[in-house]
Ligand binder design. Structure first.
Ligand SMILES: Nc1nc2c(c(=O)[nH]1)N[C@H]1C(S)=C(S)[C@@H](COP(=O)(O)O)O[C@H]1N2
Ligand SMILES: [Mo]
Length: 262
């Protein structure tokens, strides 16, 4: 695969060139996109775009949108369950980390910690509910990764929680099923393919930057899945279910690409 040269990397500190180019390569490899890609999105053009457009939110947005429209099946087929999303260090954190939702910050759901019970349903053997102290006692993992939103921004954040694959196995989820779905405390809902649910960097997170996840970032928990775009990272999760029936998602039901790889 063509790698960006050093100069391109040096000029472009805040978008992940390699990830974007990997996506571009996949995009250009699609037979349906090839003609379009050769004419409009040549790799050279993309290199320039990714190298020069840091301040041009529109082109980044357009590019991210074109990536997000890739066909779900082809994305699922191309998904490499062992390929890791880039990680970063503490000094690279975006401060303050942006808040985003389909509503403004004053409407963030206020979930009561004391009475909270995470519900499990569908193709899961151990369908009991989980309190927060029980969830906090699960094996712990941390990650510093980039969250990429289709609206044209990205930010590096630090999350802490439990590996989602461990949790699914612990509760006896049928990991041969197709989908894992999420119901949230707001009207948001999301679903992901099982391969992505089992990816080693997919975490059920309870912390942001070493502190309990604040309401704005999704208290009591957010699924952090750095191999997917921001909207595939549900916040305020109240229920998790496993199913073979396509559950859709808040944004994909309004026309966004469902797989939402990043
Ligand atoms: N429950 C819920 N989860 C959600 C959303 C939402 O509106 N409600 N927005 C999604 C989108 S589009 C983004 S970019 C991220 C934003 O997460 P942040 O507020 O931690 O930056 O949350 C995702 N998860
Ligand atoms: Mo987003």
């Amino acid at each position: 695969m063509t790698q960006p040269n050093d100069r391109t990397v040096a000029r472009k500190p805040s978008l992940d060139t390699q990830t974007i180019l990997a996506d571009a390569q996949r995009e250009l490899a699609l037979p349906s996109r090839r003609a379009f890609g050769k004419r409009v999105l040549t790799l050279g053009g993309l290199l320039m775009l990714t190298g020069c457009s840091l301040t041009d939110e529109k082109s980044v947005n357009a590019f991210l949108l074109s990536v997000s429209r890739m066909n779900d099946r082809i994305q699922a087929w191309l998904f490499d369950p062992t390929r890791l999303a880039p990680t970063y260090d503490e000094a690279q954190l975006t401060r303050p980390f942006p808040f985003n939702a389909y509503y403004t910050i004053d409407e963030v759901p206020d979930v009561d910690a004391d009475g909270f019970m995470l519900q499990l349903s569908g193709l899961i053997k151990g369908k009991r509910s989980w309190t927060l102290p029980e969830l906090y006692a699960l094996p712990h993992a941390e990650q510093i990764t980039r969250h990429i939103c289709v609206e044209g921004w990205s930010a590096i954040g630090h999350w802490g929680g439990t590996p989602f694959s461990d949790f699914l196995r612990r509760v006896g989820a049928d990991t041969s099923a197709k989908y894992v779905g999420f119901k949230c405390a707001d009207d948001y809902y999301e679903s992901i393919d099982m391969a992505s649910a089992l990816h080693p960097q997919t975490l059920l997170t309870f912390q942001y930057d070493g502190q309990t996840l604040p309401p704005k970032y999704g208290f009591p928990m957010k699924l952090r899945i750095p191999t997917k775009l921001g909207y595939k990272n549900p916040k305020h999760i109240m229920e998790i279910f496993v199913t073979n029936t396509y559950p859709g998602g808040y944004w994909s039901d309004q026309g966004y690409n469902w797989f939402g790889g990043s």
